[in-house]
Design a protein around this ligand. Structure first.
Ligand code: NAD
Length: 256
């Protein structure tokens, strides 16, 4: 799977899954824009990836910031071929205790972020008559989990948006797919484990055991590199046959 100079905008690309995908895309001959709210980390990440990477300070919840960021990438590299809408946070509370401000923060980063970045990128893709939209969903795009009402609602919403984009984008040669990881050991998840343990009144080890016991393949956390291989396949494969799909990567922790 080769990207042959294709230009990818990767939101939340400074950390975790987004960074690993950026690294894999560069290895496969792509060019990547690390678009992240954390400017320092984005610069650091781009530097580590070399000439085929650039950093873009972007708050995916801010329309101006998204438009300016995407235009900056198109100006430098001449096209926008791939969007990976990936920026995200996790906040866990029982619904009755969920502060409205935190609900809005989470749903805005995931959903407004996916909407705004899609809108800014398809402007370029529709002109080119080609493009790839990739969304970072989750197993929680497909199932419920206690304490994660905002996250589950937002990740289901991303699936809906992606399905619409698969239909609307088709006549412009734009294909759309959703990656649905299970638990991947990144800062987002390691921060969540103690909170989840506290909220459920169980130990951190019990939370970890539950995550790993669900995996029927090798009782391990799915790794960022596993997700990067799937992202590369979806970004680089040469046909538009696979579109409108949501693919789970969870070591069997969740089955469709
Ligand atoms: P991470 O915390 O390592 O990375 C998230 C990145 O998003 C960070 O660099 C952060 O600065 C950036 N970000 C946050 N708010 C932003 C904003 N407003 N604008 C731009 N960037 C912003 O997390 P991760 O685990 O790599 O998660 C990446 C994506 O994968 C998320 O959408 C998450 O929901 C999804 N996901 C993660 C897992 C998992 O187990 N880690 C599982 C399923 C889905």
């Amino acid at each position: 799977m080769e990207l042959n100079g294709k230009v990818a905008v990767i939101t939340g690309g400074a950390s975790g899954i987004g960074y690993k995908i950026a690294e894999r895309f560069v290895e496969a001959g792509g060019r990547v824009a690390i678009a992240d709210i954390d400017e320092g980390k984005a610069e650091q990440a781009a530097k580590a990836l070399g000439d085929q990477a650039m950093a873009v300070e972007m708050d995916v919840t801010d329309e101006r910031s998204v438009e300016d960021g995407v235009d900056k990438v198109a100006e430098k590299w001449g096209s926008i071929d791939i969007l990976l809408s990936n920026a995200g946070v996790q906040i866990v509370h029982r619904l009755e205790d969920f502060p409205f401000e935190e609900w809005k923060k989470l749903t805005s980063i995931h959903l407004d972020g996916a909407f705004l970045t899609t809108k800014a990128c398809i402007k370029h893709m529709y002109k080119q008559n080609s493009g790839v939209l990739l969304y970072m969903g989750s197993v929680h795009s497909k199932e419920a989990s206690p304490l994660k009402s905002a996250y589950v609602a937002a990740k289901h919403g991303i699936l809906g948006l992606a399905r619409v984009m698969a239909v609307e984008g088709a006549k412009y040669g734009v294909r759309t797919n959703v990656i649905c990881p299970g638990f991947v050991e990144t800062p987002l998840v390691t921060k969540q484990i103690p909170e989840q343990a506290k909220n459920l009144g169980i130990s951190e080890q019990e939370v970890r055991d539950d995550i790993m016991l669900g995996g029927t393949v090798d009782k391990e956390f799915t790794q960022t590199s596993d997700i990067a291989e799937l992202a590369l396949f979806l970004a680089a494969h040469p046909t538009n046959a696979f579109t409108g799909q949501s693919i789970v990567a969870s070591h069997g922790w969740y089955m469709n």
